[in-house]
Ligand binder design. Structure first.
Ligand code: 13P
Length: 272
């Protein structure tokens, strides 16, 4: 066997080992997609699927389907959440979803501050920080989304932008509460565009964010807050992205809509 082949073999084994041992969070954000019929067949395909022990599997469907999730995932490993919620228990807030309703239907996670909410619905950091707070107080794990647009990325000021989004989003959270937070880095230029950030870009940004979290919130909490990557993640790129340092998992849009693709991503992240 040639040296190059041996090196390749060693690397393949190493990669397999990393993927087989590291715990990943795999979260699907369905956005405004799927009919009732499609949701039922998806759930029938994943409810009893063997995802393995180590990865955490989450899906955030459109709100009306939560009742189906509650019903079909009762005994499943697959967890679920909402794509947004309003930081009030109840009241005159037309068109909004209360955290109490989300909880009532068994939602364990809430995606908050997604760039589509920030850009299309003008959500500001202050409102997002209230949502983060209400979730933490009510045993719903917030997935706080941050990310820069292409102009910021090209101008190099994106790091300040990301730090600002974290600081403000977590403004109402302190001490041990920080252990209940998940952060998702989703560069806007990579969302739904087919353009994925390269593993090098993801590693560089995640390491920067990790350093910031440690400096801002201390080494214990700062080093353990999960950092997900999101933006055109699919079976063909997920392995390389997973090997980037400080990537704790993925927030997946398009590729989470198809049950077999979603299962395939988990399979890859199990080292299979
Ligand atoms: P895509 O995976 O479709 O790019 O979407 C990413 C996203 O916005 C997940 O929240």
């Amino acid at each position: 066997m040639e040296r190059r082949e041996i090196e390749q073999l060693v690397r393949t084994e190493l990669v397999k080992n990393v993927l087989q041992t590291q715990k990943f969070i795999i979260a699907g954000n369905w956005k405004m997609n799927k009919s009732k019929h499609e949701v039922i067949s998806f759930l029938d395909e994943v409810a009893n699927h063997d995802f393995g022990e180590k990865n955490t599997i989450i899906i955030a469907p459109p709100d009306p389907y939560l009742y189906l999730f509650e019903d079909k995932l009762r005994y499943s490993k697959v967890l679920y959440g909402v794509q947004n919620l309003f930081p009030k228990e109840s009241g005159a807030y037309t068109g909004e979803l209360s955290y109490t309703t989300a909880k009532d239907f068994g939602a364990k996670y809430a995606i908050l501050g997604h760039s589509e909410r920030r850009d299309l619905f003008l959500e500001c950091d202050m409102l997002i920080s209230k949502k983060v707070r209400i979730c933490v107080q009510n045993q719903i794990t917030p997935i706080l989304c941050i990310g820069e647009n292409l102009i910021l990325r090209q101008g190099e000021s994106y790091k300040n932008h990301l730090m600002g989004q974290i600081k403000e989003g977590l403004e109402r959270i302190s001490g041990e509460e920080l252990s209940k937070i998940i952060i998702a880095y989703e560069p806007i230029w990579a969302i739904g565009t087919g353009v994925t950030a390269t593993p090098q870009q993801v590693e560089e940004t995640h390491m920067f964010l990790r350093e910031f979290l440690i400096q801002e919130y201390g080494s214990n909490l700062g080093s353990t807050i999960p950092l997900l990557y999101g933006g055109s993640v699919k079976p063909s790129n997920v392995k390389d992205l997973a090997l980037a340092q400080s990537v704790s998992g993925f927030l997946i849009g398009g590729a989470s809509l198809d049950a077999s693709t979603f299962k395939e991503i988990n399979n890859i992240l199990n080292g299979n």
